[in-house]
Design a protein around this ligand. Structure first.
Ligand code: ADP
Length: 491
């Protein structure tokens, strides 16, 4: 359209417009209907606005409810846009320019809608403005789309993860700044390059194979190796979505090289430490066995022949050597649990494991008058031998830490929720103070002196066993009222 500074008569380009008035009116109505346009005419000298087409609908007004003044029109405009609308109309009037503006209207129901208004001014022969005629159109969908696009663009630009878009040919069509720095390639230079130039070895599969799967699956997550033009390899975690728009595929990549290195270092160190603990405890056994047997021989042969103090010293040496042997045996047992690879398809019927444990503890159970009862126990994903050891440690403790004069009663029960089995081993022993309830699962952590024998490793072994099956162990207790050790085992 052209800026209009003409008078009433010369303002509309006629073109090949159809002949009769009636035809013209019908064509106009058709245009307003199909475009869902509103028209309006503001007679400036008497400040009266008349409307047609979809005008009232676009302003959310009931038909005939608009009396028609400039102020009334402004009242429909969103308060935040009122001043700009006033300013722009005044400016166009002053400069005799065509008016075109996007603004929001606030409907009586409180919703916001975007409108585009276009209009022209008409002047009389003295140059006075007589009217302003224009059209209004709802542009809300376009505005929302633009907002979405702006939001996506802001995310794309600001994301710390690399975001890339590739086409069906596996060529990058767009990449964000983070992608450029991850790939070590300028953004413009990434466009048109093929995915295979950078990505190799997706979860051990070729890129070809992974891409085919990706197209079928639609969504893919995993890890892959990224090879940069500077020949450095990076370990990358990715998630990708095929055809987020026709023929366009989105991937989000995160460099996890440093994290992987740290994880591998921890694993290596742990393995080395376990190996060390194993070798140390294993090799210490030999000289210790010699100490134990020679001190026993000394006792046998010379007890009573030396003075009383010497006899006492001999007793201390033998007891010390025994105690050290127990500690080293426990340490060895602990490092063995730690070094065993978890068995993939292991299954343990906990009732059988519990039965084996009570058989192993038969003498202790009989001598202390203990009773071990249980409810129905489940089959769980864990190693049977380790489950026996677990129950054995817990029942052994329940008996050792009994209340004087009270026969130990131990009850094992099980419950389940959506994710886990919850196995409880309850006793009627001395109980555990709140502040010690986590500490006791540490290696060599004990709450008692040598009056109750032990090495402080039993619960540490239990913890290792349960954690290797992906579970948790903790204790609930009331000092003097007994303890309940709880095991959560994934189903
Ligand atoms: P140990 O029994 O060889 O000392 P554990 O690792 O099995 O070592 O147990 C650590 C500590 O936790 C024990 O020394 C004891 O103080 C406390 N404890 C373990 N089980 C019980 C229990 N059932 N009742 C009260 N205290 C317990």
């Amino acid at each position: 359209m052209h800026p209009s500074n003409g008078s009433d008569e010369t303002s509309t380009p006629a073109g090949d417009w159809p002949g009769s008035d009636q035809q013209a009116e019908e064509t106009l109505r058709l245009a307003l209907d199909t475009g869902r346009l509103g028209i309006w005419n503001w007679s400036i000298p008497d400040d009266r606005i008349t409307r047609g087409g979809y005008h009232e609908q676009l302003f959310g007004l009931a038909p005939g409810s608009f009396a028609g003044s400039y102020e009334e029109f402004l009242a429909c405009v969103h308060p935040g846009d009122r001043e700009p609308v006033k300013r722009e109309i005044a400016r166009c009037l002053e400069l005799r320019e065509e008016y075109c503006q996007e603004y929001r209207v606030l409907w009586p129901d409180g919703t916001e809608h975007w409108i585009e208004g276009r209009a022209r001014f008409h002047f009389d022969s003295r140059g006075q403005p007589v009217r302003m005629i224009g059209v209004v159109q709802d542009i809300t969908p376009r505005k929302l789309m633009a907002q979405h696009q702006a939001r996506f663009q802001a995310l794309f630009e600001a994301a710390q993860d690399a975001v890339l878009i590739a086409d069906d040919e596996r060529r990058y069509v767009d990449a964000n700044p983070a992608a450029s720095s991850l790939f070590g390639v300028e953004r413009e230079n990434l466009r048109g390059r093929r995915v295979d130039e950078f990505i190799e070895d997706v979860k051990g599969d070729s890129v070809d194979y992974a891409w085919q799967n990706f197209q079928v699956e639609g969504i893919q997550r995993g890890e892959c190796r990224l090879l940069r033009p500077d020949n450095t390899a990076h370990h990358v975690e990715y998630s990708a979505r095929a055809n987020f728009a026709p023929g366009l595929h989105l991937s989000i990549l995160r460099d996890v090289t440093e994290r992987k290195k740290a994880e591998e270092a921890v694993l290596r160190q742990t393995a080395e430490l376990q190996q060390f603990a194993y070798v140390a405890s294993h090799d210490l056994q030999e000289p210790l066995r010699a100490m134990v047997s020679f001190s026993q021989m000394l006792m046998k042969r010379y007890q009573g022949q030396l003075d009383q103090e010497a006899d006492q010293f001999l007793t201390y040496i033998t007891a010390g050597a025994h105690r050290m042997k127990n500690l080293i045996d426990s340490l060895l047992a602990y490092s063995q649990v730690s070094s065993l690879e978890p068995v993939a398809h292991a299954a343990a019927a906990l009732e059988t494991s519990l039965h084996c444990a009570t058989v192993n503890l038969e003498t202790l159970i009989r001598e202390t008058g203990a009773t071990v009862t249980h409810d129905e126990l489940p089959l769980v994903k864990a190693d049977h031998v380790q489950c026996v050891q677990l129950f054995q440690n817990l029942i052994d403790n329940a008996i050792k830490y009994r209340k004087p004069g009270l026969p130990p009663r131990i009850h094992v029960s099980a419950a389940e929720n959506a994710r886990e089995w919850l196995v409880s081993v309850r006793d009627n022993g001395i109980g555990i103070e709140k502040m010690h309830r986590e500490l006791i699962f540490g290696v060599f952590k004990r709450l008692h002196g040598n009056d109750i024998p032990g090495t402080g490793i039993g619960l540490a072994i239990c913890k290792r066993i349960i954690e290797r099956s992906g579970g948790r162990i903790w204790v609930e207790s009331e000092p003097g009222q007994g303890s309940t050790f709880k095991l959560a085992i994934p189903r």
